[in-house]
Design a protein around this ligand. Structure first.
Ligand SMILES: [Zn+2]
Length: 265
């Protein structure tokens, strides 16, 4: 784990990259801040989490770090120990954690619940949606630390790295660590309701777009040609043929559209 800081004092804000070792976009954003440090108005902690997995270009060494929190100093796995150290490092910080995905090119935010902070900060980020994990947050960083996760774009893409940089600067501006104004936007909010499982197969297909409603009766995916049909309507989230080993992704309901308050004159 690499820890650095912008500005002096005890940070109450943190930016975390590399929770997953095969998602380099956030690391590039952090390195850019370190190469050319901006003058900050509040101290900011910068963390590159799973350096060993990043070096090996794998998602994790022993187990998925973002399913391992709170971790344990005596854990038998690399990620179990790392989770514990990361929680200690981020204690008391509002944390911005960057990921990338195989499911959706446009950035979106993932939060544990719609807190006042999420309500205020997320509509100021260049994201297309906010996803609330509700019951599906076990073992994730935000089960322990106040965290806004962002999916920056497609894993390994140049666009995801550029988005990570833009998202980080928007976040730091929204929390008054960087000067200037953010652009507010209307933001649809989704809540995860179900996991969409997939049977073991050689080939997987997904026929629908994330964040676009699937109607009851619509064929949305297939495993070795065996189709899955929606029993009731839902919004697919983080759906991709091969993004996860056991699941296609998640089903969600659309709960709200947040409108950002007009800028003060
Ligand atoms: Zn990730």
């Amino acid at each position: 784990m690499r820890v650095a800081q912008l500005g002096s004092g005890t940070p109450e804000i943190a930016v975390v990259a590399g929770i997953h070792g095969d998602e380099p976009c956030g690391v590039r954003a952090v390195e850019r801040l370190l190469d050319d440090p901006p003058a900050v108005e509040r101290p900011v902690k910068l963390v590159v989490a799973n350096e060993t997995a990043l070096e090996r270009r794998v998602r994790f060494v022993d187990e998925d770090l973002n399913r391992t929190f709170p971790g344990d100093p005596n854990a038998k796995t690399h990620e179990g120990q790392l989770a514990h150290r990361l929680v200690e490092e981020l204690e008391g910080c509002l944390t911005f954690s960057m990921h990338s995905t195989q499911s959706h090119a446009e950035p979106f935010a993932i939060v544990n619940g719609i807190s006042e902070t999420a309500h205020e900060v997320v509509p100021q980020l260049p994201v297309v949606a906010m996803v609330e994990t509700s019951n599906f947050s076990e073992g994730r960083l935000f089960s322990e630390i106040r965290t806004i996760e962002v999916e920056c774009g497609l894993q390994g893409s140049e666009t995801a790295a550029e988005n990570a940089d833009r998202l980080t600067r928007s976040f730091l501006t929204a929390v008054d660590a960087l000067p200037g104004d953010t652009v507010g936007r209307d933001l649809p909010v989704f809540r995860l309701t179900d996991v969409i499982c997939k049977d073991r197969a050689d080939t997987y297909e997904v026929f629908v777009d994330n964040f676009t409603e699937v109607s009851a009766g619509e064929t949305f995916a297939a495993a070795d040609g065996d189709v899955q049909v929606a029993g009731e309507s839902f919004y697919p989230i983080l759906m991709s043929p091969n993004g996860y080993r056991d699941v296609f992704g998640y089903a969600a309901e659309k709960t709200d559209v947040l409108t950002s308050p007009p800028a003060a004159d």
